[in-house]
Design a protein around this ligand. Structure first.
Ligand SMILES: NC(=O)c1ccc[n+]([C@@H]2O[C@H](COP(=O)([O-])OP(=O)(O)OC[C@H]3O[C@@H](n4cnc5c(N)ncnc54)[C@H](OP(=O)(O)O)[C@@H]3O)[C@@H](O)[C@H]2O)c1
Length: 283
């Protein structure tokens, strides 16, 4: 497992160990996936059956200033992983993003909807998908959206829930865009559905989103409702709140292919949010 200490990585490691798999969890300090030789020797040393890559360069706005850095991690490093998996005949499980779409659709995106990334991060993630599939016939590529998990409490990058709680702590009004819709995804559920796909021996492209299309403004409202806070929350929009990277206005993901494969549908988002806060308290 590469990127094992990220928000999704910690949940994947946990889920696999609960299911009695032996896991070698490698974080960036142990293996930097941009180092092809280090990836190759890690795979040669561990004789893995399945290789999970939850490492990523996720700074969507910063990527506009340093597209090469995003491309190194999200694309060329995936090529390193795919080539190394090919050498030892291991299966690769890789993660991608709803941002490969341009947001012109008004229905949750299916796996075969045309991609049209809008910025450097999104281009690099789409290239990563292609590299995984170029060198391996049976790579599993999972696209997800707005990941939030208790692992985010310990990562530098955190997640949207923790950002909202931090902003609420300042006592200032909080402005959140209401014209961008995604399908926020609870990391432990993403990990468990991914392992379900792997156990079924499935390959190819799958969407695993949270199952509830929602604007970021409404999502923030849900967070404060579940947290029991009442900060001043104001709706804003893309025109007022400019960011360096363009983002799709609508990027909810359809989980229909995953469900057709026999996996349990995602629970309502509010239930996942309650689980997040319960787990947050426990840790
Ligand atoms: N978070 C979201 O909202 C979101 C949305 C859509 C898709 N995704 C995708 O979901 C997957 C998991 O994301 P996440 O939320 O778990 O991200 P995360 O919390 O930012 O974790 C990413 C991990 O990758 C590590 N990493 C970065 N560069 C590396 C390198 N060169 N070598 C080895 N490790 C490296 C990071 O280590 P450092 O902390 O040391 O940098 C971090 O531990 C990614 O593929 C991401 O693109 C995420």
């Amino acid at each position: 497992m590469f990127g094992a200490s990220g928000q999704l990585g910690v949940e994947l490691v946990h889920e696999l160990r609960v299911r009695q798999y032996e896991v070698k969890a490698l974080d960036r300090a142990q293996v930097d996936i941009t180092d092809a030789a280090a990836v190759e020797s890690a795979l040669a040393a561990y004789d893995a059956e399945v290789v999970f890559n939850s490492a990523a360069y996720n700074q969507v706005d910063v990527a506009e200033k340093e597209p090469q850095a995003a491309f190194q991690v999200n694309a060329l490093a995936v090529r390193n992983l795919a080539l190394a998996c090919r050498q030892v005949d291991a299966r690769l499980v890789h993660f991608s993003t709803d941002y490969v779409f341009d947001g012109a659709a008004r229905h949750p995106y299916a796996e075969d909807d045309p991609t049209h990334p809008l910025g450097a991060y999104a281009v690099s993630k789409l290239a990563g998908e292609l590299y995984a599939q170029a060198y391996l016939d049976r790579a599993l590529v999972v696209r997800t959206s707005g990941v939030f998990g208790p692992g985010g409490l310990a990562t530098a990058r955190g997640n949207f829930v923790e950002l909202m709680l931090r902003l609420a702590g300042t006592g200032q009004p909080i402005r959140v865009v209401e014209d961008h819709v995604a399908s926020p995804t609870f990391a432990p559920l993403l990990a468990s559905r991914t392992v379900d796909l792997v156990q079924r021996g499935l390959a190819g492209l799958f969407h695993i989103g949270g199952g509830t299309p929602i604007s970021w403004f409404q999502f923030a409202r849900m967070i404060f409702e579940v947290a029991g806070f009442e900060p001043t929350l104001l709706a804003t929009n893309e025109r007022e709140y400019r960011t360096p990277a363009r983002r799709p206005k609508y990027s909810a993901l359809s989980n229909a292919r995953m469900e057709r494969a026999g996996l349990e549908p995602m629970p309502p988002l509010k239930q996942a949010m309650e689980a997040y806060f319960a787990e947050r308290k426990r840790r």
